[in-house]
Design a protein around this ligand. Structure first.
Ligand SMILES: *[C@@H]1O[C@H](CO)[C@@H](O)[C@H](O)[C@H]1NC(C)=O
Ligand SMILES: *[C@@H]1O[C@H](CO)[C@@H](O)[C@H](O)[C@H]1NC(C)=O
Ligand SMILES: *[C@@H]1O[C@H](CO)[C@@H](O)[C@H](O)[C@H]1NC(C)=O
Ligand SMILES: *[C@@H]1O[C@H](CO)[C@@H](O)[C@H](O)[C@H]1NC(C)=O
Length: 357
């Protein structure tokens, strides 16, 4: 544990944050021996974070209390990525200290697009919620306008998640490092920068657009004669599912004549700011490859009967699989007791498991 911006927090959060998106070493983020240096207002927090770009360092100094939420948000994004991709060859695993996702991010692939989007989404999510909870000095409850279609006798104005602030802050902070680079238009670095910016935006918009009205009933014995409503973030799982759909329909782009991204296949609808885009084809992630950073699928569990990506045929890339028997522990023979609890037994069954060669 270490002390960051006045909040006890795991050091890993900051490490995750500072290497987010970028192949920057966090090794200078040594275990913190002098926690007193990390109290709000003390400068060393921001200079200690080796992963920050120049613009981000300035923002860090101005908004020190935001930093821990940025780290939390990034972590939520990564966890969601791992959930969404748990049954795919590329499973969003984090590899080492030097970069969260490893060399795979050097390729401007769909997978890279997804990680940018989901991490930006995580940051919007965490900051918006922190505002509502009164954790940040520069924002509070949402001040979103009353939706037009809200029934007239419902009250508007409970303390809502401040997605507006979360969106704007994340745009400043996450995009800062892309925007401050000065790559020549049309260069491959510039193209990649445009890709990153678009995917960051898609992630932010997902959180912003999925936030919805939540209401609570008041009134005598649940009569619900009065309702109070406010703006509330969607469950982050929903954001993950939404972005996974965007991953499946991501648009292949290339650099156009004016140095802007253009769609490779113009027969499809042009991507909107909500859509993910990529510029490089994905590796197949079948074999371990140090150059591309692919971990390969050897040793991954697969499903013998599934014909999907989690099926042994696709997951193991035709290399075949080994079969194991393992014990699986489950809750079973559950009985409902009046009132109100459920009591279960623990059963152990022998199951077959399949693992890629
Ligand atoms: C990660 O950091 C730990 C401790 O700082 C170190 O022992 C380990 O070698 C590092 N791993 C990589 C892959 O850099
Ligand atoms: C790793 O991937 C690169 C790029 O796709 C390819 O050129 C190289 O042959 C691969 N190396 C191995 C050991 O498969
Ligand atoms: C993802 O795949 C890698 C490589 O096959 C494996 O080592 C790792 O345990 C997997 N991670 C998760 C979260 O399933
Ligand atoms: C394997 O795939 C089949 C078919 O999709 C599915 O019904 C089954 O639940 C899966 N088994 C496991 C252990 O996930």
């Amino acid at each position: 544990m270490c002390f960051i911006a006045g909040v006890w927090s795991s050091c890993a959060i900051m490490q995750v944050y500072c290497s987010l998106h970028h192949l920057i070493s966090c090794s200078s983020l040594t275990p913190i021996q002098r926690p007193e240096m990390y109290i709000i207002g003390a400068q060393p927090l921001c200079s200690q974070l080796s992963g920050l770009s120049q613009g981000q360092r300035k923002l860090c100094q101005l908004y020190q209390d935001h930093m821990v939420y940025i780290g939390d948000g990034a972590k939520t994004g990564i966890k969601e990525c791992q959930y969404q991709f748990r049954q795919r060859r590329w499973n969003c695993s984090t590899v080492d200290n030097t970069s969260v996702f490893g060399r795979v991010m050097q390729i401007g692939s769909r997978e890279t697009a997804f990680t940018y989007a989901i991490s930006a989404a995580g940051v919007v999510n965490a900051i918006s919620r922190a505002c509502r909870e009164g954790e940040l000095s520069t924002c509070g409850c949402s001040r979103a306008a009353r939706p037009r279609d809200l029934p007239r006798d419902w009250l508007w104005g409970g303390c809502g998640d401040n997605v507006h602030y979360g969106y704007r802050f994340a745009r400043e902070f996450v995009d800062a490092r892309e925007r401050e680079k000065n790559y020549p238009r049309g260069s491959s670095e510039h193209t990649r920068m445009l890709m990153n910016l678009q995917n960051n935006e898609a992630g932010r918009q997902a959180v912003y657009n999925l936030a919805n009205v939540a209401c609570k009933c008041h009134g005598v014995s649940g009569s619900c004669s009065l309702k109070t409503c406010w703006l509330q973030l969607a469950d982050f799982r929903r954001v993950g599912e939404f972005l996974k759909e965007k991953y499946d329909s991501a648009a292949a782009m290339r650099i156009g004549r004016k140095g802007k991204l253009e769609q490779v296949d113009k027969r499809f609808n042009a991507p909107t700011p909500e859509d993910l885009v990529y510029i490089d084809p994905s590796p197949d992630y079948c074999l371990r490859n140090e150059t591309t950073g692919s971990l390969g699928t050897q040793g991954r569990l697969c499903n013998k009967t599934s014909e999907g990506m989690d099926g042994c045929e696709l997951m193991c890339c035709g290399r075949g699989y080994d079969q194991f028997k393992t014990y699986k522990h489950e809750r079973c023979h559950c009985k409902f007791h009046w009132c109100c609890y459920v009591k279960c037994k623990r059963c152990t069954t022998l199951v077959d498991q399949f693992v890629c060669k």
